[in-house]
Design a protein around this ligand. Sequence first.
Ligand code: FAD
Length: 497
Amino acid sequence: MRDPNQRQPVRRVVIVGGGTAGWMAAAGIAKVLGKRLDIKLIESEEIGTVGVGEATIPTLINFHNVLEINEQEFMAETQATFKLGISFESWRNVKEDYIHSFGTTGVDHWTAGFQHFWHKGVQRGLAGDYGDYCLELKASLENRFAHLPNNGMNYAYHLDAGRYAKYLRKLSEPRGVQRIEGKIVSVKQHDNGDVRAVTLASGEDIAGDLFIDCSGFRALLIGEAMNEPLTDWSQWLFCDRAIAVQTESVGDAVPLTRSMAHQAGWQWRIPLQHRVGNGIVFSSRYLDEEQALQQLLANVQGRTLVTPRVIKFKPCQRHQTWKGNVVALGLASGFLEPIESTSIHLIQRSVIRLMQMFPSDGIQQADIDEYNAQCNSEIEHIRDFIILHYHANHRTDAQFWIDAREMSIPASLQHRIDLFRETGRVFRVPNELFAENSWIQVMLGQGIMPKSHHQTADLMGDEELKAFLGNIKGRIDRTVVQLPTHEAYVRRYCGRA
Ligand code: FAD
């Protein structure tokens, strides 16, 4: 517990690490509070960054709005493409695919979500696939994209992680961030455990009032110096390794991240303008590295551009990501595998949260407790959502999938599944990233069909229901055929047409 009588104003902020987390923190803090603070960022070219993390979700646009980023410039500089969702292939069962799209599906009634009307339509033989009623999903299937008025198309990006960090650096330095190249070799602490300074290999000490630990999996401050423990979630999430490789582009970039399930994990394919990011995420308990590498390489298109890299991880979260005068962001704070592209989102959320609670007049325990409580509840909902993808599978071809199906899951997730299966109902809880439509798309996609629907849907007769569903689908189909191809749109938008 901190002594409230010994509060020191925070003026000197030291960011340790210059990967996506470090530069997002630098850009955000400099934009919002830069004039009042002395901000330093230390990174080591010799150590480098993790070099992955290239699929995002729509919330990144909010962060870019805060930074006043010009989208065309950002896309050109990071070789970004648009993303309308994630294609989950062979997750429910071998060769059975579905899309988790960023759009809304159908139209909700205040008492009942669209899924209730759709469910009744299915029972009466009047409804098509759930995805037929989602613009973004249909556009992604047809490989089309355009910005539509009134944010009519909800999207995110695929981006080159290395270029993104450089781009954010370009925005941050003119706003006052001082970048220091150097390797940190030790950490000096006050008697109460707070960090006083980090020492570089050159012998120089960099002192600060608040330290932001963005040092990646190494977690130099929060882990090595402060020893903050991790909550380990490997009982539910078996994957603990990834192998990443970049390949040349073959064909047009699609506006979807592909997530292809394998025998003991899954493979991502992320199309950028200038290349494709690929990787396999797997469990070393079920598959060895050599086999995983072979599975990855057998399933990439185009020439490999780099030597494949193995990355080891543990699905986990620090008990406290803000401890004393250290706030950990990105991989230093914990890690959930990227099947729903949530890590960059969590960095951004934490940067915004830190801005909201910025301890200008001194660090207070009440702020720390609130910040940690919000971070923990946010990540636990995401954890449940990710477990859902593994648990609700029908695969019988591999022990990995059988074990995932047979494991017991967190009570919070079991409740959601039971509620949906029995009633078709889903409720988003406060501070939760994924809205009802995301849960529904993935539950249906993974083969969980509700047994019943809300009575409101029964108030519609067959003709009315048919017209209601037909109008939504017709409007979407008419819009989709008018959209340009995603490839053509990106070329034109980024000045490459
Ligand atoms: P890093 O990129 O590792 O950066 C660490 C920084 O600390 C570097 O600059 C390094 O030089 C510096 N550093 C470390 N030690 C020292 C030292 N001693 N002295 C000085 N500097 C030091 N997220 C998504 O949102 N979408 C995805 O699709 C996605 N895919 C992923 C796939 C995999 C396999 C993995 C492992 C992660 C993925 N992520 C994804 C997560 C994403 O990559 C990270 O959240 C993001 O890149 C942030 O990383 P970071 O900045 O925390 O760490």
